[in-house]
Design a protein around this ligand. Structure first.
Ligand SMILES: Nc1ncnc2c1ncn2[C@@H]1O[C@H](COP(=O)(O)OP(=O)(O)OP(=O)(O)O)[C@@H](O)[C@H]1O
Ligand SMILES: [Mg+2]
Length: 378
């Protein structure tokens, strides 16, 4: 059993709407009873998860959104575990259930052996949670926020002071830590949120899209901070839709799409599943040329898989170097003009495409408007 043990976890939301149309955030995050009440960054100040109906049932004028459809996962102590998926995949919903902020409809979650529904206080004592929106007190300084958070978790003032000093250095908070929260820029606020999640040195840290809105330097600082937490034995469960973050930072990844886990493993294992090389083609007269090229190339023995991804044709082939001339010959023979051709090793996006039939980057582009991207899903 892992330090995080998830079995058959399910959650549906009942929300106002019609029985058709996108199950998306088009109306924003409609408040649902089980989710009411805001939680600040730390689980210590979090409200208890209210009892949700066992199975969500919609009445007239309501729809049921199946956000998490029965997932199983085991995360080992000291791992950085990545939960990767596009907007609306069910990442925040899962995280909120793991952090005792939202009652599951079914299944079970144990954190360090404690059940999130039956023993929420035991769980909360051991975790830190940074929500997608964060939760700093804007009328207090960063240092006051951090001190309160640490003290709420029962850490001595002396220890919290030392811990704050170390976070100020590692997350580069020196310029802002003594200013009021409301004067912070978006990225600065995010950094303070993250410091709040870590100040009491929790055994398990949940981070919901921690690096969204951070500049590249801050992102790298945070990654280093997370790695040093791992070195100290902390387990970090992080949601992200950045492929490079999942690839570089995480020891293991689960890919979630539409409420279900579609793949799980180390980044290396996952990429190994897409055996072979990836050839990406862009063509003249995109629309019908793509379909024609796909039809032409798919039956070839060396082509394992052919998928149209936006304006490109992506082929998985056995030996890229050998396949390229053959592909060009075939296309030329059929009068299909090639604009560019690229050969690469499989990326996590190829894995995503392979297991879901659509690419993560594409899902990201179409899923949400900018306003929704900054919105939280508490
Ligand atoms: N309070 C709510 N009421 C109704 N539906 C909700 C609510 N919160 C989330 N949903 C829906 O549940 C699904 C999963 O949402 P969730 O917030 O878990 O996704 P996510 O993977 O965190 O996405 P993002 O990357 O955009 O943060 C979505 O379809 C969303 O619209
Ligand atoms: Mg989310």
């Amino acid at each position: 059993m892992g330090i995080i043990d998830i079995r058959g976890l399910r959650k549906s939301y009942v929300t106002r709407g019609r029985g058709y149309g996108p199950k998306s955030k088009s109306t924003g995050e409609a408040p649902v009873s089980a989710e009411s009440g805001g939680a600040p960054a730390g689980a210590g100040r979090a409200p208890a998860a209210e009892k949700a109906p066992r199975a969500a049932k919609a009445r007239r004028g309501q729809v049921v959104v199946e956000a998490v459809k029965g997932i199983d996962l085991a995360v080992e102590q000291g791992e950085i575990f990545g939960f990767l998926g596009p907007n609306g995949a069910g990442k925040s919903t899962t995280l909120k259930m793991l952090a005792t902020l939202l009652a599951p409809d079914g299944g079970s979650v144990r954190i360090a052996g404690f059940d999130v529904v039956a023993q929420p206080n035991e769980v909360r004592r051991r975790i830190g949670y940074v929500s997608q929106a964060g939760g700093t007190d804007r009328e207090a300084t960063g240092r006051e926020n951090l001190m309160l958070q640490g003290r709420l978790y029962g850490v001595s003032a002396k220890e919290v002071t030392a811990r704050i000093e170390s976070l100020v250095v590692s997350l580069d908070l020196g310029r802002i830590v003594d200013r009021l929260g409301r004067t912070y820029s978006g990225g600065e606020r995010r950094k303070l949120d993250l410091a709040l999640g870590m100040v009491h040195s929790p055994a398990v840290l949940f981070l919901d899209e921690p690096t969204t809105g951070l500049d590249p330097v801050s992102r790298a600082q945070l990654w280093n901070q997370i790695r040093s937490l791992r070195a100290g034995g902390t387990t970090v469960f992080i949601t992200t839709h950045y492929l490079d973050e999942a690839d570089n930072l995480c020891d293991r990844i689960a890919i979630i799409d539409k409420g279900s886990i579609v793949a799980e493993g180390t980044p290396h294992e996952l990429k190994g599943r897409v055996a072979g090389d990836v050839v990406s083609l862009s063509l003249n007269h995109v629309e019908d040329a793509l379909a024609k090229a796909k039809e032409l190339l798919q039956p070839e023995e060396f082509v394992r898989d052919a998928i149209i991804d936006q304006d490109r044709l992506r082929l998985t082939v056995e030996k890229g170097e050998a396949a390229l001339p053959a592909i060009l010959r075939l296309l030329e023979g059929s009068g299909i003009g090639v604009v560019s051709i690229a050969l690469s090793r499989p990326s996590l996006d190829d894995v995503f495409l392979h297991v879901t039939g659509h690419s993560l980057t594409e899902a990201e582009r179409t899923a949400a408007s900018p306003a929704q991207r900054t919105g939280d899903s508490r």
